[in-house]
Design a protein around this ligand. Structure first.
Ligand code: SAM
Length: 271
């Protein structure tokens, strides 16, 4: 009879194939353990089901599938969000946009999140404020997932399908968006984990600015006077995005860098 695998066997296998701390995190999660249990009880046998899950997760992670898809959930702004390959995995740098938004929201604000994906931005703002929040996305999968995440977290967000502003009929105090901003021929699209994520969430025409151009150009019509637009953009797009804000008549244009010092968010006010 074959001996059951132990926690140590699983960890050893993962460490041969993945860097640290990925190997430890994947092993602990697949086996349903705290990370400390990997070291406390290494000789403990794991069930066949756990061993199979560990093997499956390891083989998927090795070929670059994001851990968030394998696990089916991720953390953003302290919120546990369900994710699947139909939506972008929320990124830590998007928390910069949340910080900027929080400095502009008051209790009476009406906020629109364009291209909500899993609902990361809308739900973080709903968690932190009493603002009335609408979230839209062009993909039905995103509308469904944002709704599911809002229900699970008990957060109040109105979710609709919309191709940017096509289904929007009211005006807002703040519009926020992390739109697609990678150029069509950018080699990153086919590398790393990005190849596993929906192209519609990433790619934005030959210069990567197609979506940002549309959102910046159309936003003034949906903003109240004195309202703000906040857009996340690519690491090398600060100047072009700033100039798009100016062309659309925004004032008080500001740029904010993310935690790594990379220019990441552009904001402007409708006069
Ligand atoms: C970069 S992802 C951001 C997702 C989420 N807001 C986040 O920060 O994790 C861009 C999102 O925009 C959506 N999107 C792309 N084109 C769109 C369009 N024309 N109208 C509305 N949403 C769109 C995609 O489906 C995707 O969910």
């Amino acid at each position: 009879m074959r001996q059951a695998k132990t926690i140590y066997d699983c960890l050893f296998d993962a460490r041969r194939k993945l860097p640290s701390p990925d190997a430890e995190i994947l092993t602990a999660t697949a086996l349903g353990l705290e990370k400390s249990a990997l070291y406390a009880f290494p000789e403990k046998p794991v069930s066949n089901k756990e061993a199979e899950r560990h093997k499956d997760w390891l083989s998927r992670r090795i070929i670059g599938e994001p851990f968030a898809y394998i696990r089916g959930e991720t953390e953003f702004w302290g919120l546990n969000l369900i994710v699947n390959p139909g939506v972008l995995v929320p990124r830590p740098e998007t928390e910069t946009l949340i910080e900027c938004a929080l400095s502009l929201i008051d209790k009476d604000s009406e906020v629109l999140d364009l291209g909500t994906g899993s609902g990361a931005i809308a739900l973080a703002l709903a968690q932190e404020t009493n603002a009335r929040i609408t979230a839209v996305d062009i993909q039905p999968e995103c509308v469904d997932l944002c709704t599911l995440n809002a229900d699970r977290l008990g957060l109040n967000v109105k979710v609709n399908i919309s191709d940017w502003f096509t289904n929007i009929s009211s005006s807002f105090d703040l519009i926020v968006s992390n739109p697609p901003y990678i150029a069509t021929n950018d080699p990153h699209l086919t590398h790393d984990g990005l190849a596993f994520e929906p192209l519609i969430a990433l790619e934005a025409g030959v210069d990567g600015l197609e979506s940002i151009r549309t959102v910046v150009k159309e936003s003034p019509a949906y903003l109240r006077s004195g309202g703000h637009l906040l857009i996340e953009h690519g690491h090398d797009q600060r100047e072009q995005v700033t100039s798009l804000f100016a062309t659309s008549g925004f004032t008080k244009i500001e740029n904010t860098a993310d935690i790594s010092g990379t220019p990441r968010v552009c904001s402007g006010t409708k006069p």
